[in-house]
Design a protein around this ligand. Structure first.
Ligand code: PEP
Ligand code: MN
Length: 290
């Protein structure tokens, strides 16, 4: 079979037999969770720390980001940390972190997104999560995708940093194929020959945002914090992503970024977040009016 779009890595045959659910419609179908719509006129912001560090900390962050316009609180209790060693400054909270997230949810009215890395934790993660986040490293962990989909929870599927759009939509297909349509894709930066250097950790793939809109009905979120790994670049990249059509933005926020347990260089402080949150809404308004 010929490609409708010669040169593109997704063929006509793929659209029919491999990704019929994730690439079936070229217009965005909004996903609404707890009254927050992804893929509509608004650009909801998901904000919070990399790791949930204490109950006080996550409750405070929840209130601060909510005041500044966030709709969803993010924060990892279970983290896919690159290295196996733990210390007082490089660790994850684990199960107790889920309880702290639950407090933050009660104290604010934010929805909660948190990462699931192990099927064995599914039940307890689902007690607090409104969104199960599948991390970049687990994008093709198919049993995890299937079990997550079966919970019926909304899912944020991060793109693996080495994945093509075709592979990413293939992973999304596993979730849709379980009958779970509350799915949001998240671009978080890809590895390229010049990345993993001082000048660039990952490369945010701005181009994949219109590509997702062309091939899929799924809403697309952008995470410039994990892409750049560098706070000064987060705001310009977030703005570019929204201008390119991102339906949502995920941002890391920490009261004292340099003291964050994980990824201390990329988090925004409260005032930086507040400024960016306003900019995002302005750009969204400007670029969606036509
Ligand atoms: C995260 O969002 O905390 C995270 C680990 O991101 P990623 O899976 O994109 O690296
Ligand atoms: Mn779209």
């Amino acid at each position: 079979m010929n490609n409708i779009f010669p040169g593109k890595d997704i063929s006509d045959e793929d659209l029919i037999s491999k990704i019929p659910l994730s690439a079936s419609k070229g217009f965005t179908q909004p996903v609404t969770v707890g009254g927050v719509t992804f893929g509509g006129a608004e650009v909801p912001i998901v904000a919070g720390p990399n790791t949930v560090e204490s109950e006080e900390m996550i409750v405070e962050i929840a209130k601060e980001v909510q005041l500044a316009g966030a709709k969803v609180l993010r924060g990892g209790a279970f983290k896919p940390l690159t290295f196996p060693y733990r210390s007082s400054t490089y660790r994850e909270a684990g199960s107790i972190g889920l309880e702290w997230l639950a407090s933050a949810k009660v104290e604010s009215s934010l929805l909660v997104a948190t990462e699931i890395i192990d099927i064995r934790d599914m039940e307890k993660v689902c007690e607090v999560a409104d969104f199960l986040q599948i991390g970049s490293r687990n994008m093709q962990n198919f049993p995890l995708l299937i079990e997550s989909a079966r919970t019926g929870k909304a899912i944020i599927l991060k793109r693996h940093y080495g994945s093509s759009l075709r592979d990413w939509l293939g992973a999304a297909e596993y979730i849709l194929n379980e009958g779970n349509h509350n799915l949001i894709l998240c671009e978080r930066g890809v590895a390229a020959p010049h990345t993993h250097k001082q000048t660039s950790r990952f490369l945010i793939d701005i181009q994949v945002i219109p590509a997702v809109h062309e091939f899929s009905h799924l809403p697309i979120m952008a995470d410039p914090s994990h892409a750049s790994f560098w706070q000064p670049w987060v705001s310009p990249l977030a703005c570019a992503a929204v201008a390119a059509g991102a339906d949502s933005v995920m941002l890391e926020v920490h009261p004292n970024p340099r003291e964050a347990w994980v990824d201390p260089l990329q988090a925004l402080n409260y005032s930086e977040f507040e400024t960016l949150s306003r900019k995002i809404q302005q750009i969204a308004k400007l670029t969606r009016e036509f």
